[in-house]
Each structure stands twice: as C-alpha cells, then as structure tokens.
Ligand binder design. Structure first.
Ligand SMILES: NC(=O)c1ccc[n+]([C@@H]2O[C@H](COP(=O)([O-])OP(=O)(O)OC[C@H]3O[C@@H](n4cnc5c(N)ncnc54)[C@H](OP(=O)(O)O)[C@@H]3O)[C@@H](O)[C@H]2O)c1
Length: 336
C-alpha cells in the first residue's frame, strides 16, 4: 500500500515525541524536517532517522517529497505556518491550540477547503482508546443524566521567562496550553455551555498562570475546569450523573489512564487497549488513514469541532480579559 510521507515543522519538545510515535504507524513514513536553522534540522533528522533536513519552514512546505506536515511551533505561529503549508499544496496536522482565535481558524479552514487539502486540529487525546471509551460510556446512559464534570490539568512549569509557556508573544499561559484539554473534553460530554464564569491570575508578563472556569447549562448541569502552570495537580476528569460516576485517572491525557466506573455502589476498573509509545500514534494513524482514503476533514475532530473550541476559548478570554500582543487591535480579550 502507498505510504503517506510526513514532514515535521519545528524541532522542539512535542516534535520529538510525535516523530518517535510516528514510527509506530503503518503506511506512514517520516521523510523530512524543517527548522529555522539547518544545523538544528540535521541534528533532529540524525536522532530520528529522517532523510531530508531543511533550514527553513518554506523549503519544507515546498518539498515535493512530502504529503502532510505536522506543525509543532509555538501557538502564535500555527496560523502562518499552516497557511504556508496549505499554500504549497500540503495537507496539515496542526498542534493545539489550532490558532490564536476564531478568525485565524476560519481562515485556515477556508484555505484548506478551497484547495481540497486535509487539515486537522491535533487534539490527540480524543484518539486515545480510553477517551473514546469514556465517550461511549457517557452516551450509553449508564451514568444517567450528567450533572457534573470536574476537570483539572496542572503542573509546575519552572520554565524560563521567555519560554513559550510564559511568553504572551508566543501565545503562552495555562488556558491556551492545558486548559484547552479540559474545555474540549467538557464540550464533548456536555456540549456548548449556556453561561460561563471565569477567574484567572495573571503573571507580570501578562499570561494567565491559573485559570478557573465554570460552565453552566440550562438543564442544571455544571462543569468546573481548572488549569495551572504553577502547581502540580492530579490531572484527572470526573463525570457524575444521576445514576453513576466515571473517572479518567491521572494523568487523563496519558494512554495509561484507566476508567473507574462507579454504579450501584460498585467500582469497576475499565482497561482499554494499550500500545507501546506515548499515545501520539493514534492521531497520526488517523490522519494517515484520512489521507489514504482521500478525506480532507477528520470525522473525529471535525472543522466545526475546531471552530466551536476556538469560539469557547474566545468567550472565556473575553470574560477573563486575556488578550495577546498580536491581537491588541482587535476586540478580543476585552472584559465583558
Ligand atoms: N499535544 C501535546 O501533547 C503537546 C504537548 C506540548 C506542546 N504542544 C503544543 O506544541 C507546540 C510546540 O510546543 P513545544 O513544547 O514543542 O515547544 P518548544 O519545545 O518550545 O518547541 C517549539 C519549536 O518551534 C520552533 N520555533 C519557531 N519559532 C520559535 C520561537 N519564536 N520560539 C521558540 N520556538 C520557535 C522551534 O523549532 P526550530 O528551532 O526547529 O525552528 C522550537 O523547537 C505548542 O503549540 C504547544 O501548545 C502540544
């Protein structure tokens, strides 16, 4: 069978992890890497057994040897880097957050659709077997009507002041980096919230260090979502309904997370399929299969899922007053 030829744009932390897991995907071949510096690209290529190294993102985007490019740069660059690849005829898997705001996301999606190219938001945890099982259990009705979702994601960053995580120029902060997992998980379980409440604390550099969000629903359901880059938390998700409770154990993004189901006073541990690797192979396999089947949009992370997530992030940011330097001229992040 034909192999899908992958390129990676950016050579940081997540690029290494993704490249390593891509080796677990049949019908996928990692052929090229692009970096701002040729030396860095060559070092990455040596480590991961990649044949072609480029000292610029443009050269990677233009390469005739590549079918799809994984964007692994800081948040503020997802929009220009994705457009660069699409404009050069490449399919794209773009790291989260897909864009800094809804307008950017719409432009990226419109570009891909206009060119008939595959484009997907890399919400990798949605492809983990235990996450999919969690959705099946919620939909089965065994928990009854869902009344509460509690989702926490926190770690102590200890990052350099100019690091991607702490730097507003690079789209840093807990909300865009890790709070986003709590949000899309809750959107999958409860849907669009009718009301949102938010409280954040902000660093001297101007990013949210901690972000507490409440989603309220007209049917009485509520969700409590907390993200922090200044404290370790048990990063887990708990879903409670009128008939039972389900927990994705910490860390819930890890493929070793298990599901604990509590119904009728009985606890059942639900194990799901485990593979070697860090868990990025599931989304990579899905994107590879989408390309092999001629799809331009994933049926699991649809373009409307991406737009809804970006809209929800904007609702939260408007309430919290989170505005990034590149958006100073827009109405975004203005306190409601
Ligand atoms: N899915 C996940 O589990 C997960 C986990 C962590 C991060 N992420 C996402 O992946 C993206 C990258 O995160 P990361 O942790 O890999 O970041 P990172 O280690 O800082 O790497 C980012 C890479 O982007 C390139 N880059 C281009 N312009 C840059 C700039 N001005 N400053 C710093 N780097 C720049 C660099 O590659 P070159 O020098 O080669 O050009 C750098 O190695 C972020 O959007 C983040 O939200 C996802």
């Amino acid at each position: 069978m034909k192999k899908v030829r992958w390129g990676i744009l950016g050579t940081g932390n997540i690029a290494h992890k993704f490249a390593s897991d891509l080796r677990l995907v049949d019908n996928a071949e990692l052929v090229a890497v692009g970096s701002r510096s040729l030396e860095t690209a060559e070092k990455f290529a040596d480590e991961l057994g990649i044949t072609i190294s480029f000292g610029s993102y443009e050269e990677l985007a233009k390469s005739a040897e590549v079918d799809i490019i994984y964007i692994a740069t800081p948040n503020n660059l997802h929009h220009p880097n994705t457009l660069l690849c699409l404009n050069n005829g490449k399919a794209v898997l773009c790291e989260k957050p897909f864009a800094m705001n809804e307008n950017q996301a719409l432009e990226m999606i419109s570009s891909a659709r206009g060119k008939n190219l595959f484009l997907m938001d890399a919400l990798w945890t949605k492809f983990l077997p235990h996450y999919q099982k969690m959705i099946d259990i919620v939909k089965s009705g065994i928990l009854g009507d869902i009344k509460a979702v509690l989702a926490n994601f926190g770690f102590r960053a200890n990052a350099e002041p100019n690091s991607r995580l702490l730097n507003p120029e690079l789209g840093g902060g807990s909300l865009m980096d890790i709070g986003i997992y709590n949000i899309f998980t809750t959107l999958d379980i409860l849907g669009i919230p009718d009301e949102i409440k938010v409280s954040t604390n902000t660093t001297d550099q101007g990013i949210d260090e901690q972000c507490a969000i409440i989603f309220e629903y007209n049917n009485g359901a509520m969700a409590n979502l907390f993200s922090t880059i200044s404290a370790d938390l048990g990063t887990e998700v708990e879903i409670s309904g009128t008939l039972g409770r389900l927990k994705m154990t910490a860390p819930f993004y890890d493929s070793n997370s298990v599901l604990e189901l509590y119904v009728d006073g009985k606890k059942t541990i639900i194990e799901t399929e485990k593979e070697e690797g860090l868990g990025y192979q599931y989304e990579a396999r899905h994107a590879t299969n989408c390309l092999l089947n001629g799809l331009t949009e994933s049926p699991v992370v649809t373009h409307s899922d991406t737009v809804l997530l970006m809209q929800t992030l904007e609702r939260i940011r408007n309430l919290a007053g989170i505005v990034f330097p590149m958006e100073q001229d827009s109405n975004l992040g203005r306190k409601a």
